[in-house]
Design a protein around this ligand. Structure first.
Ligand SMILES: [Zn+2]
Length: 555
């Protein structure tokens, strides 16, 4: 092994520290996680950007002066490393690692005071190995304050990265927002270059945080669900916050958050599954608004995939996938018709442009509403041979007949795609190889019948007694997979707009549509139903104005 020289220990340790703290934003993330571990309910992030000076203050348990002396030493790290599985502990970070790394990469000051009437605060500065340089008494509120100055001064190559001011500030804010979603009961305050930067108010759940993170996302467009997940020898918890697909979707996947045990993570196969489940509820190339938080038993999680712990491995992912699909179905099924005071109102406001001073239901929580059973719809008329006008105890709805029916048929086909034999084959001409392959892929029997002629001997069941079999087959042959064939078949067989309908036929569509798993949108992502709630109508017609009994007001 001649020629290979081991690196000086000091450099090795510096590199290891740089793995944990790879950017100014990582400082904020690690210190904020420490504050959460300390049980803080309020976290203040103070940043000066030129040069970087980062300070995180919390009101958590605080450290005694003896613990404070140990907080950044490598000793506290190695003690934890000796454990068989470092991450088999429930905490997010652990004080030692991040603080010790910071002592190597910056000039670190720690101040802390435990709770309790007798306690007093102390402040210490650390040397490059995390040992205290000097300790002084300090008047301060209970909690901890960590100050990081001259970040990366021993690593000049990192300082250029630290110069990317805007992107680092964005990443810091994102780190805070992600933690806030996972820990919604905390209050966050940010100050940047001595000016107010951000505030995140606490809430009972992420339902109250996501609208603070994503602008123009009304809380009434969101639904939440919780589920217990059965796992081998343990149980997990699942929290789902979902934007209703007929109201919100995004051009980019920037409204898609997956968290595991209190921290945002990348679980690519789970995200893929999530997108697949919602694919036929959203328009093409649009992304859902989702926050998904899994609480898994620590022994079933492997965090050792990346130093920043963002990439993980989760055992029994199939169980989690099932639970996610079930939670999405429950959430969407339960919120098909709006209860009064839920989301329909805002939509109506936009549509009718109500000129009222403040007609928003600011703090109304739709959660309680979505727990209730859906309201039964009664068909009362058809409008323009296209819309079903329906009433329910809390208002009325306009439902587009074709796409409501299409949603019903699509879900039926997903459950049961049946191919039947034809008495007389349908002969098609001029198919490309790809078209023939697609017909075979969706399960049809296609045989060469002559030059440029093919005989199709089977057909999807819903298409069998129609006279447009050849047109239907041609359309199916142009799709890319089975799912697109299901959509095409549902669209072709659904009642067309322009078709006059009897009340009973409309009622049948409504009943079937109300049983759909994802009733908000058609398989192309178009909204199916417009709800006008009685409460909104009452407001629009100014029914609260008491003018006189002659206006037909109820007593
Ligand atoms: Zn259609």
């Amino acid at each position: 092994m001649a020629g290979i020289q081991s690196l000086p220990l000091d450099i090795v340790k510096l590199m290891a520290a740089g793995e944990v703290i790879d950017s100014p934003a990582a400082v904020v993330r690690e210190l904020a996680e420490n504050a959460i571990d300390a049980g803080a309910s309020r976290i203040i992030v103070t940043v000066r950007s030129q040069p970087w000076h980062i300070q995180v203050t919390d009101n958590g348990v605080g450290l005694s002066v003896a613990d404070l002396r140990q907080a950044a030493t490598s000793h506290s790290t190695s003690k934890l490393s000796a454990k068989a599985d470092l991450w088999n502990i429930r905490s997010l970070g652990f004080r030692g690692e991040a603080l010790h790394s910071l002592s190597r990469l910056s000039r670190l000051t720690l101040c802390s005071r435990p709770h309790g009437p007798e306690s007093s605060g102390f402040c210490l500065t650390c040397d490059r190995t995390g040992r205290p340089l000097n300790v002084t008494p300090m008047a301060m509120a209970p909690g901890t304050r960590v100050e990081v100055a001259d970040l990366f001064y021993p690593m000049p190559s990192r300082q250029s990265l630290a110069d990317a001011r805007q992107s680092q500030l964005r990443a810091m804010l994102q780190a805070v927002q992600h933690l806030a979603l996972c820990h919604p009961t905390l209050t966050w305050q940010g100050e940047l270059d001595e000016r107010p930067w951000f505030t995140l108010w606490p809430g009972q759940s992420a339902l109250h945080i996501l609208p603070q993170v994503m602008r123009r996302l009304p809380v009434t467009d969101l639904r939440e669900a919780r589920q217990t997940v059965d796992l081998p020898e343990a149980t997990g918890q699942l929290y789902l916050l979902l934007g209703l697909p007929d109201r919100c979707h995004r051009r980019r996947p920037d409204g898609l958050f997956v968290a595991l045990n209190g921290r945002l993570v990348q679980l690519p196969d789970l995200t893929e599954r999530l997108l697949a489940i919602l694919r036929r509820s959203l328009p093409r190339d649009r992304y859902p608004v989702v926050f998904l938080h899994l609480q898994a038993p620590p022994q079933q999680v492997d965090w050792h995939r990346a130093p920043d712990k963002s990439r993980v491995f989760l055992q029994h992912s199939d169980r989690w996938h099932e639970a996610i699909a079930a939670a999405i179905d429950d959430t969407l099924r339960a919120s098909q018709i709006e209860r009064p005071a839920a989301a329909g109102h805002q939509r109506l406001t936009q549509l009718l442009k109500l000129a009222e001073p403040d007609s928003r239901y600011g703090a109304t929580s739709p959660a309680a509403d979505s727990d209730a059973a859906p309201l039964a719809l009664r068909a009362i008329a058809q409008v323009h041979n296209r819309y079903i006008l329906a009433e329910h105890p809390a208002g009325l709805c306009l439902i587009e007949q074709h796409i409501a029916h299409e949603r019903v048929l699509y879900e039926e086909l997903c459950d049961r795609w049946e191919i039947v034999d034809l008495e007389t084959p349908i002969v098609l001409s001029d198919l490309t190889e790809a078209q023939v392959a697609q017909l075979q892929r969706i399960g049809l029997t296609v045989e060469a019948f002559g030059p440029q002629l093919w005989a199709v001997r089977t057909l999807p069941a819903p298409l069998q007694h129609r006279d447009d079999g050849d047109a239907a087959l041609r359309e199916l042959s142009l799709g890319g997979d089975l799912d697109s064939a299901l959509v095409a078949t549902a669209c072709r067989t659904a009642i067309r707009n322009g078709t006059p309908l009897e009340i009973t036929a409309m009622q049948q569509i409504l009943d079937a549509w109300q049983r759909a798993r994802k009733p908000q949108t058609c398989p192309h992502g178009r909204p199916i139903c417009l709800t006008l709630n009685e409460s909104s109508l009452a407001r629009y017609f100014r029914r609260s104005w008491v003018i006189g009994k002659s206006h037909g007001l109820e007593p």
